[in-house]
Design a protein around this ligand. Structure first.
Ligand code: PMP
Length: 429
């Protein structure tokens, strides 16, 4: 309690917290694999943290970063193998045209840089298209591009230069036509006297509610956007890097290749780093005489963190694990869904999954109250941590470290099943 009070007085009052029973955030002091340990020794199963991609405090990543920090940590002005090795590793996973890397420090910085590159490449075009419910970052330029924020509490509404495509909803059969959505955004820009320079889209919409795009959706949207001259930016800050199981990058499942890829959270396994990847042509237009320098982006330790994380991901076959455990989890959740009408939709890819909580399967009305209660009860009674998200706050979000095992998946589903069956967390669902 004492620590929470000190935190409240020393950190900004709207700093995000994960609170459970008693209104106090968990006091986590140690992490290992998919497990977190509280100051009182209680263990929790972490089904939320997609940053600890290869597992909390993976010894090999920690060792690589520590070794680099006690040897040298400087910036990209100097020649060093670590940043080049990791850039090459990253590019080896990507389509041929994505070849040039820019190091930054966070997902927000990465998307902001994507916007800069797009505006330089498309002089005169200043408007941007995004998806409903999207979140692309916390800096001013990206609050503007994030309906999740500008339409939410404290938000200032939609800027005139931003055009929002409605989010496809396969569960309710709504907004599935990518071409129509793209055309409307393009025409909206024209009607406002502008032109689109870019279309930003997550390949699985995370804050949007763990939405898997319908087959061919991005192909249709990209075609329209490119005909307009807009660049297509794939934000894979959350969903990419092997999490989807079937593919390393989720845009591949849509049979498209973006003009700019933005990454973040998982690539340094918790070391604050991020990389933007683009084509030689766009990198050339960005090199307009102004030097690109970033004090911490591409520091020597970032290269070490990125490379070690990448090597562990490959050696421990964690993408394959995400596919196998993800399929098992999806299957078990689908079985549970048959017993509980409030589990309206179960969806996802690999270890990026969502459960849509509804009042009943006929109206499909979002039930945010029940979703919040499920999250609370799973944490308090079973020590299983899940998140709640989506525009109606009714999506149970599952995105654990990729070392999540079959046993962990079973524990998650058993906890949810118990909470639902006990009736404590629902009105008879
Ligand atoms: N894009 C997406 C899809 C995100 O989920 C986030 C972070 N939640 C960001 C961008 C911004 O990343 P960061 O918090 O590292 O700035």
């Amino acid at each position: 309690m004492q620590l929470f009070k000190r935190r409240q007085s020393s950190l900004g009052p709207n700093t995000a917290t994960h609170v459970y029973q008693g209104g106090i955030p968990l006091h986590i002091v140690r992490g290992q694999g998919c497990h977190l340990y509280c100051s009182d020794g209680t263990e929790y199963l972490d089904c939320v943290n997609n940053v600890a991609h290869v597992g909390h405090c993976h010894p090999e990543v920690a060792q690589a970063v520590s070794q680099q920090l006690i040897t040298l940590n400087t910036n990209v002005r100097y020649l060093h193998s670590s940043v080049v090795d990791f850039a090459e590793a990253l590019v080896s996973t990507l389509p041929q045209q994505l070849q040039v890397c820019y190091y930054v420090n966070s997902g927000s910085e990465c998307n902001d840089l994507a916007l800069r590159i797009a505006r330089l490449a498309r002089p005169g075009a200043t408007h941007v298209a995004v998806m409903a419910g999207a979140y692309h970052g916390h800096v001013s330029s990206l609050i503007d591009l994030s309906p999740f924020k500008f339409n939410g509490q404290g938000g200032g509404g939609q800027p005139a230069y931003v055009h929002v495509l409605p989010c496809p909803d396969t569960y309710r059969g709504l907004n599935l036509d990518g071409k129509a959505a793209a055309r409307a955004a393009i025409e909206g820009a024209h009607a406002a006297g502008g032109k689109l320079c870019a279309f930003f889209c997550e390949s699985i919409l995370s804050c949007g509610g763990q939405v898997v795009l319908p087959k061919g959706y991005l192909q249709d949207v990209y075609r329209e956007m490119r005909a307009e001259g807009a660049l297509c930016v794939a934000d894979e800050v959350q969903c990419g890097y092997g999490r989807a199981g079937s593919n390393f990058w989720v845009f591949e499942t849509q049979d498209v290749a973006p003009d700019i890829l933005t990454t973040g959270k998982p690539i340094g396994n918790g070391f604050p780093m991020s990389v933007l990847v683009t084509s030689r042509e766009l990198a050339k237009s960005f090199s307009n005489g102004m030097e690109y320098f970033n004090t911490f982006g591409g520091c020597t330790a970032a290269g070490a963190a990125g490379l070690a994380t990448f090597q562990v991901l490959r050696r421990e076959r964690l993408q394959e694990n995400a596919a196998a455990v993800g399929a098992h989890l999806l299957h078990r959740l689908s079985m549970l869904q048959k017993e509980h009408a409030c589990l309206g939709d179960v969806r996802g890819m690999g270890l990026m999954q969502g459960i849509e909580i509804v009042t009943d399967p006929t109206s499909k009305r979002p039930d945010s109250k029940l979703a919040a209660e499920l999250r609370e009860q799973m944490a308090v009674r079973h020590h299983v941590l899940v998140a709640i998200e989506g525009p109606h706050n009714n999506i149970v979000k599952i995105k654990p470290p990729l070392c999540f095992s079959h046993k962990d998946a079973d524990r998650l589903v058993d906890a949810l099943s118990d909470v639902l069956a006990s009736g404590k967390a629902n009105g008879g669902c």
